[in-house]
Design a binder for this molecule. Structure first.
Ligand SMILES: Cc1ncc(COP(=O)(O)O)c(C=O)c1O
Length: 384
């Protein structure tokens, strides 16, 4: 059997054709494909605006800049995420406060967020970066209530969850990134994610003001829009109005993203079917525990099990060419964050979760035969 990774892209002939067409066009860097991708993505997610950028990390950085994060800012996030969710605040000189996870879901524990907010004078914290970890949506309705009470903004890190949703208190499905609760949401189009661009990212929002700011920040802080400029010397003229970056997405990558987006729904259904099959196979085995999910809105970027002897499960699976992965090493335990003064032991649920978690192969092109092999080996190793 060939090797089975934990995640991988799925490239079709249509995708290849879309990229070749872009290569033959007049635009390699930002051109007409960007607006098309943005509009189609916004309509998939249900947000008013979308801004395509070079990757998910750039998306987070631009969000922090657009919300004026600076040396005085204090921002809350979860230790169980990719480092970029916290790093974006550090890029802008801000301070990170971690809040431990709820072990049942591995998402930031909203009750503990509340405790932290209550423990300090109002105004201490500026914002929060919740993460729809693994594709399981944070209940942003609950978080929004807290955010409003304490004057916080929300950047939803939805890298794992395009197409995911939670059901709100009125029974309405709220898509990750739809802009109803968070000021800004971000996505990544890294190849292991739902939509692959090579490198790529997207920010969604319902705020016109933030949208305009993001467009400027994405491209050096430069505008050529006559209605925004203070002067206009002619067709060549532009103004740099703020300090921005080159975080543009090339048209080549956007062409791939558009083509992938057309099958996003099918891919999501396949992920959910794979998860259901794992669930059914593992539920009978009380040697493993699955991260449970309520409702059907899980986007299943990851399928995570918890096993007592995680290292031996990881190593043994590799002997069968099954490349499971660990998501994530708690961010506060990484050397950079340790050097900032974060202590091991500070977030016990996250650290305990890290000792046991393992992400099994989960991607739309995983065949039934490959999945059966993974299930068989996981059960065999767990019972050994
Ligand atoms: C939760 C989370 N946030 C942010 C990122 C950063 O995205 P990118 O790799 O596109 O920069 C990732 C991707 O790995 C991620 O998983």
């Amino acid at each position: 059997m060939t090797s089975i990774p934990y995640g991988k892209q799925h490239i079709t002939e249509e995708d290849v054709k879309a990229v070749i067409t872009a290569l033959h066009s007049d635009f390699l860097t930002q051109g007409p494909k960007i607006e098309e991708f943005e509009q189609k993505f916004a309509s998939y997610i249900g947000s008013n605006y979308a801004v395509a950028v070079s990757n998910g990390t750039a998306a987070l950085h631009l969000c922090a800049l657009a919300l004026n994060v600076n040396e005085k800012s204090r921002v809350i996030t979860t230790p169980i995420t990719f480092a970029a969710s916290a790093n974006c605040i550090k890029y802008c000189g801000g301070t990170i406060d971690f809040v431990d996870i709820d072990p049942k879901t591995a998402l930031i524990d909203i009750k503990k967020v509340k405790q932290l907010l209550q423990s300090a004078p109002k105004g201490t914290f500026d914002g929060i970066v919740p993460v729809d970890f693994g594709g399981y949506a944070v209940n942003l309705e609950e978080l929004r209530k807290l955010a409003d009470e304490y004057g916080l903004w929300i950047i939803e890190d939805a890298c794992h969850a395009p197409g995911g949703y939670f059901t709100d208190s009125k029974g309405v499905k709220q898509n990750c990134g739809n802009g109803q609760f968070a000021e800004l949401s971000i996505f990544s189009f890294h190849p292991v994610k739902h939509i692959a661009c090579g490198e790529g990212g997207m920010i969604t929002t319902n705020s016109k003001e933030l949208y305009e700011k993001l467009l400027l920040l994405r491209t050096h802080g430069i505008t050529k829009k006559p209605e925004l400029m203070h002067e206009n010397h002619g067709g060549w003229y532009y103004e740099m109005q703020t300090l921005g970056y080159n975080y543009r997405l090339p048209d080549i990558n956007a062409a791939l993203g558009i083509s992938q987006l057309e099958r996003a729904h099918t891919g999501l259904n396949r992920r959910r079917a794979i998860a259901k099959r794992y669930d059914e196979a593992f539920k009978k085995e009380n040697i493993l525990s699955i991260i449970p999910s309520e409702g059907d809105g899980h986007a299943y970027h990851l399928y995570i099990i918890r096993v007592k002897d995680r290292k031996s499960m990881y190593d043994e699976l590799r002997k069968y060419n099954i490349f499971a992965q660990v998501h994530y090493i708690p961010v506060h335990t990484l050397p950079y964050y340790q050097n900032l003064g974060f202590k091991k032991g500070a977030y016990p649920e996250s650290e305990h979760y890290y000792e046991e978690c393992l992400s099994l192969p989960m991607y739309p092109s995983l065949t039934d035969e490959e999945q059966s092999f993974v299930i068989e080996k996981v059960i065999q190793i767990a019972n050994a």
